[in-house]
Write a protein that binds this ligand. Structure first.
Ligand code: SF4
Length: 284
């Protein structure tokens, strides 16, 4: 051996160079790509489509069929009967409530709709209004001027073009003023039991990022991403399950990761507690 040259030795810690330590108190809880080993540096630098490579050289794919099935299974255990929380007795009432729920809470909308629908019981009553007449009744839901125009505009089109009945296909629903895919999917899935898409609201957007199901920022693209990986027969329930999870545990600020049943398969960058490594490609 040449004098002064020291042979390379394995790390005394047993870990690869560059691997980050788990947070203090972290522990493994079941299967995940990190169970039993930490990812290599490359695992924290996914190159595309959320794929990365773990310490053992095994590819990590956040949208693999196995991981998706595990997420769906755990959501089923948590929220087997998740459904729309907006109070309604007809497709029209649900449509009105969904339009009003934009930038508001379902609880707030549910406080407004009983008196509103008692005052104007039918779609024809709404169609006969000027938007300004509706504004005082829905003011507390926010953005009341635009919402008044949408509700009255939708009512008029339903009366003139659809014989007073809310249409039950997405193409027709999307012609109504104030109705985009989120509202159409709520009405189709909840009232007509037709799963033609995934409801993407603020909760679904946030959880899709945290669970690495989509990297897109706008709702139509997130919906397309989800429709590619979630089986069609699960679209309706899955939307509501994510919304419920977003309300109960996975809030925008300080999610309750320590209580979350998805914790050991979640690599969100803004977790408040973790048993798994958070790679750099993870999103908040
Ligand atoms: S572990 Fe935390 S961030 Fe991940 S899904 Fe659960 S609550 Fe949300």
């Amino acid at each position: 051996m040449v004098r002064g040259v020291v042979p390379r030795q394995p790390a005394k810690t047993g870990r690869h160079e560059g691997a980050r330590a788990l947070r203090r108190g972290a522990q493994s809880r079941g299967t995940s790509r990190q169970s039993g080993s930490l990812p290599s540096r490359s695992a924290r630098k996914p190159k595309s489509a959320g794929k990365s490579r773990g310490a053992a050289g095994k590819a990590y794919n956040p949208v693999s069929a196995q991981r998706i099935q595990e997420i769906l299974k755990r959501l089923d255990e948590l929220y087997p009967t998740a459904t729309c929380a907006l109070t309604h007795r007809s497709a029209w009432e649900l449509l009105v409530a969904t339009i009003l729920s934009a930038q508001s809470t379902d609880a707030n909308v549910n406080r407004v709709t009983p008196a509103l629908l008692q005052k104007y019981p039918t779609v024809q009553d709404f169609a006969a209004l000027e938007p300004e007449q509706l504004e005082p009744d829905i003011r507390s839901t926010g953005f009341f001027r635009n919402k008044s125009k949408s509700v009255v505009g939708a009512a008029r089109k339903i009366v003139t073009d659809f014989g007073g009945e809310v249409p039950c296909d997405i193409e027709s629903l999307l012609t109504l003023p104030g109705v985009a895919r989120k509202t159409a999917n709520v009405v189709l899935g909840t009232w007509f039991k037709k799963g033609v898409g995934v409801v993407v609201d603020t909760h679904v957007t946030r959880l899709s990022h945290r669970l690495e199901l989509s990297r897109n920022m706008d709702a139509p693209k997130i919906e397309q991403d989800l429709m590619k990986v979630i089986p069609p027969e699960r679209w309706i329930l899955f939307s509501h399950q994510l919304i419920w999870h977003g309300r109960q545990l996975c809030m925008a600020r300080r999610p309750k990761c320590v209580d979350c049943a998805l914790e050991n398969i979640c690599h969100a960058a803004d977790k408040t507690w973790t048993t798994v490594e958070i790679h750099k490609g993870a999103k908040p």
